[in-house]
Design a protein around this ligand. Structure first.
Ligand code: ADP
Ligand code: MG
Length: 258
């Protein structure tokens, strides 16, 4: 991409994605700079999850360009060749991107510590000792060192999501993608997860966050993108997009979810 900047961690230009005849992403232009907390808001079904999944190579795209750091995602994988090509996305490159899902997605048969260290041991081939040291440091960071030996079923939703965040940052990724990380939580557990995310923002972690927590986006976001109908309808600072929306669709959406 000609105007790609060296501080761009993610940059997409004209990104399109269809599922059969259903056009989900219709030419998305979006950039996330290093150390930026970038929030994606928009109605259900507008393509937010698909967008994140493209960044993480969980989904192919049809046209446009998508760069993650210096890597053109899917350069050779269009259409039929996707599944084959997907195998070639090396595990190490995948480890450069952390992802946190709505439904925690922890391994149920592993302890909190094992969940956090699994990738370090299996993908990065760290020794148990090295991985455990790092795992404990991360659990401590999310306030769960004392629950290292607990299984997911023994943890609250908020605790499980904090373990999932510790797991996502274990391999020191260059960006973390959050897909509605608090949407599946009971309201009283949302705060503890947002607190961990707030710490990450303060530490300068680069992140893309899909969320309906508008107040949180306003508080910690550097950039907010409003996605509507498969396009970025409006981008800017939280003050611009949330408090002074230029588009009627943005204000309508915000009024509905507040
Ligand atoms: P959002 O996260 O903004 O709610 P999604 O990206 O999940 O939106 O979905 C956008 C649209 O794409 C929806 O209409 C959804 O039904 C459709 N979609 C998502 N994933 C698939 C898939 N694997 N196959 C077919 N359609 C899909
Ligand atoms: Mg979604």
């Amino acid at each position: 991409m000609q105007d790609k900047h060296q501080d761009d961690i993610v940059s997409m230009k004209g990104l399109t994605k269809s599922f059969g005849a259903h056009h989900v992403l219709k030419g998305v232009d979006l950039t996330v700079r290093r150390a930026e907390a970038s929030f994606i808001i928009g109605p259900s079904g507008s393509g937010k999850s698909t967008l994140l999944r493209c960044v993480n190579s969980l989904e192919s795209y049809n046209d446009g360009e998508l760069w993650v750091e210096d890597y053109l995602v899917g350069a050779e994988k269009r259409g039929e060749q996707w599944y084959e090509a997907r195998q070639r996305v090396t595990a190490a490159r995948r480890a450069r991107i952390g992802m946190v899902f709505q439904r925690f997605n922890l391994f149920p048969n592993m302890t909190a510590l094992e969940n956090v260290t699994a990738g370090l041991r299996m993908v990065l081939k760290q020794s148990r000792r090295e991985a455990d040291d790092r795992g404990r440091e991360l659990l401590d960071r999310v306030g769960l060192l004392d629950r290292a030996g607990a299984y997911p079923a023994q943890l609250s939703g908020g605790q499980q999501q904090r373990v999932a965040i510790a797991r996502a940052i274990a391999a020191r990724p260059s960006i973390i993608l959050f897909d509605e990380p608090t949407s599946a939580l009971d309201p009283e557990l949302v705060g503890e997860v947002l607190a961990v995310m707030r710490d990450l923002v303060r530490e300068g972690m680069t992140m893309m966050v899909v969320t309906h927590e508008i107040q949180f986006a306003e508080e910690v976001g550097d950039t907010v993108h409003f996605i509507d109908g498969g396009r970025v309808a409006e981008s800017g600072t939280p003050a611009e997009v949330i408090r002074a929306s230029r588009h009627a669709r943005t204000s309508e959406f915000l009024a509905r979810i507040r």
